[in-house]
Design a protein around this ligand. Structure first.
Ligand SMILES: Nc1ncnc2c1ncn2[C@@H]1O[C@H](COP(=O)(O)OP(=O)(O)OP(=O)(O)O)[C@@H](O)[C@H]1O
Length: 588
């Protein structure tokens, strides 16, 4: 471990070249928490947990940067809970002892679910609550009555409570012991700067502050200066500042060059010919495109659900829960919604959608964030149907697979217009054919023959998915979800575990897909594609990758991965053959 003092009295930077294989016991964790983790199937700490837990237990301020899916949530939740229930002298407090601030409601819900389950499994007297901006003043007051020990919220909601005196500044000052800023790199970009600044004036000097983030950025530095006193800055080799260490190594990244007008055809080929493994998370940049894709796939018998900022919160949470529980395999998510779709919504409000949208009166939720930090379970493949608008967006999207010790892959469909973005991403993630780590390789399993064999059908169907059909479906889906949302609210108050009530991957079109579209006739699939498909299937079976099971997957031996072992493009492969061979050699 290398330790340097930056600014001698202010920051201690700890660079861990080699994190020792300590157990949770050796980190000083309470037996109740260890038992709770075991019940969740978690036996060994991840590297970030190994370095962060002891420091947090010691009461140090910590800035932890670790890759997506590296287990940052437990890195702060475990010691935080331990501190709360081991010093269980009845504290006289007027406000919660710990605040966990996150950028989105989805994260609020996720962190709340994690902490609640730990509390339940440990059987300890700790109360956690989550607040969201859409709660009425009375509900906020009721949630804070007591007060609870831990509060999970977006900064905006805390600011609202302060400005309406539901929370008193003096109470916070007298009670706050731990402040966590989770997904710190996003808090400012979500527009919470003023809310955070308003809050910081009430943080007592003695308060321990923890800042967790997946990437380092100017925003993280700004928050660090604003909030932390003598922080320990943790950098791990898997995190590092080096470019090639941003994406988890257990995620294989691929790209396919294709004309923008052929994207539907290409994704159909990938899914229908089963060249990618399930579960699959597909990203689009705007909501209309997600419905176009959903309707298109539906005509070929591929059912999917959509997830976006327009949906009511209850529905969004339920969709996530269903997807995580394995009730459906394809989820089409629209991200970057807090910027782009808002603009679109404004434009649309002047246009043809005005009537139907007005009736629905639904606004995009500025606290929505599907990509950042949300823990999608057992997603094997992330597909960028459209390229994200920033490098950070790419990192976070890809980070939805390969979580913890699982493996995964990503496939980006890249049009000519998006090539520049791909180059930028490649240079950021440290794509280096000679080095092999973190390279974004051309997807080897899709042949032109395979694509062309589906062209006629795909183009025919794509024509039928008109703009009007898309917009009607979007409005219809929204109406359904608003109704669902009401049902969900009352139903889940009494049946919180009933996930099967509403399936969100219902088909939108009235007609069932004709058999010739639902099943790809055998004669259309060439030999190479059949082999590729078989390899993907074998790999899935070998990994025990059944998206409907919650059993942790077996780790895949790199050498045995079909995406590395087989190429459906002999000519290209031989062109890049050297690079591939070198890569594989290095990995064995
Ligand atoms: N020690 C562990 N062993 C196995 N799985 C773990 C461990 N710690 C956490 N996990 C699981 O790993 C997944 C990812 O964890 P978490 O959401 O905390 O990642 P993260 O670092 O916060 O990612 P992101 O930056 O995307 O938010 C979760 O499903 C979590 O339950």
């Amino acid at each position: 471990m290398a330790e340097t003092s930056e600014n001698s009295t202010k920051e201690t930077v700890r660079q861990y070249e080699d994190v020792e294989d300590q157990t949770f016991e050796e980190l000083g964790l309470d037996a109740r928490l260890i038992r709770a983790l075991l019940k969740k199937g978690i036996k060994e700490p991840t590297p970030i947990q190994r370095v962060a837990v002891p420091l947090v237990l010691e009461g140090k301020d910590v800035v932890a940067r670790a890759k997506t899916g590296s287990g940052k949530t437990f890195a702060y939740l475990l010691p935080l809970l331990q501190k709360l229930f081991t010093n269980n002298v009845q504290r006289k407090k007027l406000a919660p002892n710990a605040f966990i601030l996150v950028p989105t409601r989805e994260l609020c819900q996720q962190v709340y679910a994690e902490i609640s389950s730990l509390i339940e499994l440990c059987r300890v007297q700790v109360k956690a609550v989550q607040l969201t901006s859409n709660m009425r003043a009375n509900d906020l007051r009721a949630a804070l009555a007591g007060p609870p020990d831990v509060l999970i919220s977006t900064p905006a909601c805390v600011a609202k409570c302060l400005s309406t005196s539901i929370l008193q500044a003096t109470s916070i000052n007298g009670s706050l012991e731990t402040l966590v800023l989770d997904e710190a790199d996003l808090l400012l970009s979500y527009g919470y700067e003023n809310d955070i600044k308003a809050f910081t004036t009430h943080i007592p000097r003695s308060c321990q502050c923890l800042l967790m983030s997946a990437t380092s950025s100017a925003d993280v530095d700004k928050l660090k200066k604003l909030i932390l006193h003598n922080p320990f800055i943790l950098t791990l080799p898997e995190v590092g500042n080096q470019k090639d260490e941003v994406i988890p190594k257990n995620v294989q990244q691929f790209w396919i060059s294709c004309p923008a007008s052929d994207k539907l055809l290409y994704i159909l080929a990938l899914l229908k010919l089963e060249l990618v493994q399930k579960k699959i998370l597909i990203f689009t940049n705007n909501i209309d495109m997600s419905f176009r894709l959903k309707l298109f796939l539906e005509k070929f018998g591929i059912k999917s659900a959509v997830l976006n900022a327009e949906l009511p919160q209850n529905s969004r949470l339920h969709i996530l829960e269903e997807f995580n529980a394995g009730l459906f395999d394809y989820l089409i998510a629209t991200d970057d919604s807090h910027t782009k779709d808002k603009e679109e919504a404004t434009k649309e409000s002047n246009g043809e959608l005005r009537k139907s949208r007005k009736r629905i009166k639904q606004k995009l939720d500025s606290e929505f964030g599907v990509v950042r930090g949300v823990d999608f379970k057992n997603v094997y493949t992330v597909i960028n149907f459209e390229m994200p608008q920033s490098v950070a967006g790419y990192v976070h999207r890809i980070g939805r697979t390969g979580r913890a010790y699982n493996s995964g892959s990503s496939v980006s469909l890249v049009s000519t217009d998006e090539m520049e973005t791909l180059d930028e991403i490649k240079s950021f993630v440290g794509d280096d054919e000679n080095n092999g780590s973190n390279s974004i390789a051309e997807f080897p399993l899709l042949t032109m023959n395979a694509v062309e064999s589906l062209r006629y059908r795909a183009e025919d169907v794509a024509k039928s998915v008109t703009k009007i059909a898309v917009r009607e479906s979007r409005a219809q889906d929204l109406r359904n979800e608003i109704l669902n949302s009401e049902k969900l609210k009352s139903h889940f108050e009494s049946n919180p575990r009933d996930l099967d009530l509403l399936k969100h991957d219902k088909v939108l079109s009235k007609k069932a897909p004709p058999p010739h579209l639902r099943d790809v006739p055998d004669y259309l699939v060439d030999k190479t594609t059949k082999e590729a498909r078989e390899m993907v299937k074998l790999a899935r079976d070998a990994m025990g990758n059944n998206s409907r099971s919650r059993v942790p997957k077996r780790k895949f031996k790199k050498g045995g991965d079909p995406l590395k072992a087989l190429s459906a493009k002999p000519s290209k492969r031989s062109r890049n053959g050297d690079g591939h061979k070198r890569k594989r050699k290095k990995e064995v």
